[in-house]
Design a protein around this ligand. Structure first.
Ligand SMILES: Cc1cc2nc3c(=O)[nH]c(=O)nc-3n(C[C@H](O)[C@H](O)[C@H](O)COP(=O)(O)OP(=O)(O)OC[C@H]3O[C@@H](n4cnc5c(N)ncnc54)[C@H](O)[C@@H]3O)c2cc1C
Length: 351
């Protein structure tokens, strides 16, 4: 349930292994505005893609990814370099980290996977150990296993684990994309074109900046995020863009200028949430992957962990020796450990 990133990757792996899969998604079309940002994938995410995707689709992910940067840079509000951490260099075995456009990645992950347009409402456990899913507005489907891959506000989690908590951190993000035109390039700090950078204020404000320059040679864009403790009341893209520019208005003028060059249709706001650790539950024919179980503050790791879940669940379920529930149990035991370790890491890095 849910065709974000983890759901489609799991579907790819299961279909490849000869399983029958039905993938459902509530959105009829991808929302460029809320989902169209650049994401960095850690080695665990890259490995998961390599494990589940047919080789031609994996090659397409790499071919459409961004030119790797040389490191992570912390900048002051005046754009002086405060700290620089060099990125690991890729070896002969292929890339370890990837910078990808989320819309492009999702399009590749959905290649050849039939997706039903339906919104999950609730499920029902059947006497024979299988599960029936009911959709909002009517309709149902039955399966041996229901996988909730329905993101931070997961309705599958709400029914499976009603006590699981997802809490607000009090941070607010406005994010957008500025096309890398010659003008934007001239305003962008060099470190932000060559990897990931974050401008760190002393008052809780911060501004990640990351250039996405596709290997395909297209000009690409600068992804920027303005984080603060001030809720954004605007919903319209232009008004949000103005709010973001105002929030960094007392910093180096190039920053507000870069925000001003973003296309309003790419500007979006979100609150920052984090999942509280979940104790193990009794395994049944319903499980969770990705943000549906361990949503975390944006720190460059959430998607990679979601993809790792998909690959691990796929490997367990398709293992010829496994009974289905034993396989799901082995996945859950491992996922709860590394998933919530990642949540804790994200809070240290970005919370
Ligand atoms: C600004 C920003 C920057 C980020 N940058 C990074 C980064 O650099 N690196 C990184 O690793 N992570 C990053 N993340 C986090 C990453 O995007 C998420 O962790 C990742 O998308 C989780 O994938 P998922 O498949 O679990 O959930 P999602 O991608 O949220 O997908 C869930 C899907 O389920 C669908 N759905 C929801 N409810 C229902 C329902 N009832 N019925 C049917 N379908 C439903 C939704 O429409 C959606 O398509 C970032 C997040 C943000 C906000």
């Amino acid at each position: 349930m849910g065709a974000g990133l983890a759901g489609p990757l799991l579907a790819q792996g299961l279909v490849r292994a000869g399983f029958e899969v039905a993938l459902y998604e509530r959105e009829a079309a991808i929302d460029e505005r809320s989902q169209g940002y650049r994401i960095h994938l850690d080695p665990e995410g890259v490995d998961a893609l390599r494990d589940c995707l047919p080789p031609d689709l994996y090659d397409e992910v790499v071919a459409t990814s961004g030119i790797p940067g040389s490191g992570v840079t912390i900048l002051s509000p005046r754009l002086e370099v405060v700290q620089r951490i060099a990125a690991p260099v890729d070896g002969d075995e292929g890339p370890q980290h990837l910078s990808v456009d989320r819309v492009t990645l999702r399009r590749i992950l959905l290649t050849g996977i039939k997706t039903g347009h339906a919104t999950f409402d609730h499920y029902e456990l059947l006497a024979d150990g299988t599960v029936r899913v009911h959709f909002a507005g009517g309709g149902s489907a039955e399966a041996d296993l229901l996988v909730g891959a329905d993101g931070t506000h997961s309705r599958v989690r709400a029914q499976l684990l009603p006590d699981a908590e997802v809490v607000e951190t009090g941070q607010f993000l406005i994010f957008g994309k500025t096309p890398l035109t010659p003008e934007a390039r001239s305003l962008t700090p060099a470190a932000s074109l060559d990897g990931f950078s974050v401008v760190a204020g002393a008052d809780g404000r911060f501004m990640p900046l990351a250039g996405h320059r596709p290997r395909t040679g297209e000009p690409g864009y600068l992804m920027w995020v303005v984080g603060s403790r001030q809720p954004a009341s605007a919903v319209d893209g232009s008004a949000l863009r103005d709010t973001a520019a105002r929030l960094v208005g007392d910093w180096h003028p190039d920053l507000a200028a870069l925000v001003g060059l973003a296309h309003p249709a790419t500007v979006h706001a979100t609150t920052v949430r984090t999942a509280k650790p979940v104790p193990p539950w009794t395994t049944g024919p319903v499980t969770l992957i990705g943000d549906a179980v361990h949503t975390m503050v944006p720190a460059g790791i959430g998607a990679a962990v979601a993809l790792r879940d998909a690959a691990l669940l796929c490997a367990q379920v398709t293992s010829p020796a496994s009974d289905l529930l034993d396989a799901v149990h082995a996945y859950e035991a491992s996922m709860l450990e590394y998933g919530f370790a990642a949540v804790a890491r994200s809070l240290r890095a970005g919370g």
